[in-house]
Write a protein that binds this ligand. Structure first.
Ligand SMILES: [Zn+2]
Length: 328
């Protein structure tokens, strides 16, 4: 458990890495840099982060203090589960010194997924677009509060925004963490670049599960993914894995020799372990992978395909005026 100051310092440093990396690409493409503030917030008791423009007209990313602690505690706890340790360490024998290093690596990767996602909203112009249209005060948050109606009439556009922010996050993180020098820098625990890629996917699964991916309440009878701005997390994990593979092949100019379906199965096991931790730490039994098993059925896939086609075709024109990054 961190103190607020310590959490702020730690995540502020990671934010510095993320903004540097995102700006470096923007500088290369458009000879431009964005200034974005960061702060830790104590507003709600949820795993949440937001991107917005503050009253001074400056971009800002905010992460809830609770999110930082919950991510740290969960990973710390998971590493003492032998199965989880074997899965992430690619080794059979538990080693306490290495476990500490894995904790550090997975914690940083998970926080960066959160930060890069929020930066994706800023760099792709979502915040400016929403402010221009007077929607949600231009603020976009990771966590979707129950019973909150989105003010935006065009939900597909908002779902596509989230999709694009996830893609931005995956691409940035895979580019950064599978870069040769960065892999070598942690070679006491990383066996290969693919190992690093795998840990990124584990981190994403931990984050999405902590955000309520398998929560019974979120999948109750009244739950309709079409009315939510985020597509179901079970689907986001699958997409995250798919995009990780593509990003890896793009950056490393290399075909990846890992079985996609096996990775997805491993992610479901990670989800179950996080559920187990949540059920114990929250003293409830409401987290179960069965709650979201329908998210990947045929009917849902048809809907995702529609959002995907919108994302690749129409959103580009809508964001042309706002996005700092070229839209590929
Ligand atoms: Zn978002």
């Amino acid at each position: 458990m961190f103190e607020v100051d310590k959490a702020e310092n730690l995540v502020n440093k990671l934010f510095g890495d993320c903004i540097f990396y995102a700006n470096r690409e923007l500088k290369r493409l458009k000879n431009k840099e964005l200034k974005i503030d960061f702060n830790v917030s104590l507003k709600v008791n949820q795993v949440n982060a937001c991107a917005k423009k503050n009253t001074n007209g400056e971009y800002e990313v905010e992460v809830e203090f609770v999110a930082i602690n919950k991510i740290f505690d969960t990973i710390n706890n998971l590493l003492y589960n032998e199965g989880f340790y074997r899965l992430v360490a690619f080794e059979d024998k538990f080693n306490n010194e290495d476990a500490v290093k894995y904790l550090d690596y997975l914690f940083q990767a998970t926080i960066k997924i959160l930060l890069f996602h929020e930066l994706g909203h800023i760099f792709h112009g979502h915040i400016d677009f929403l402010m221009d249209k007077n929607v949600n005060s231009g603020e976009l948050c990771l966590y979707e509060y129950e019973n909150t109606e989105t003010e935006m009439s065009d939900l597909i556009l908002q779902q596509a925004f989230e999709w694009q922010a996830d893609d931005f996050s995956v691409t940035m993180l895979v580019g950064q963490l599978t870069y040769d020098d960065n892999v070598k820098a942690v070679n006491e625990i990383l066996k290969s670049k693919e190992h690093s890629l795998f840990l990124i996917m584990v981190s994403a699964t931990i984050l999405f599960t902590l955000m309520g991916m398998s929560n019974e309440y979120r999948y109750s009878i009244n739950y309709d993914y079409k009315e939510k701005k985020h597509l179901p997390a079970r689907f986001r994990v699958n997409k995250f894995v798919e995009t990780s593979f593509l990003a890896y092949e793009h950056f490393n100019k290399d075909k990846i020799d890992v079985d996609y379906n096996k990775v997805l199965q491993a992610m479901q096991v990670v989800e179950e372990w996080v559920n187990g931790y949540l059920n114990i730490s929250e003293e409830c039994g409401k987290y179960d992978i069965k709650n979201n098993s329908k998210d990947l059925d045929k009917e849902h896939f048809k809907y995702y395909d529609m959002v995907d086609s919108y994302y690749t075709k129409e959103m580009k024109a809508i964001l042309k005026k706002y996005s700092y990054y070229p839209l590929s």
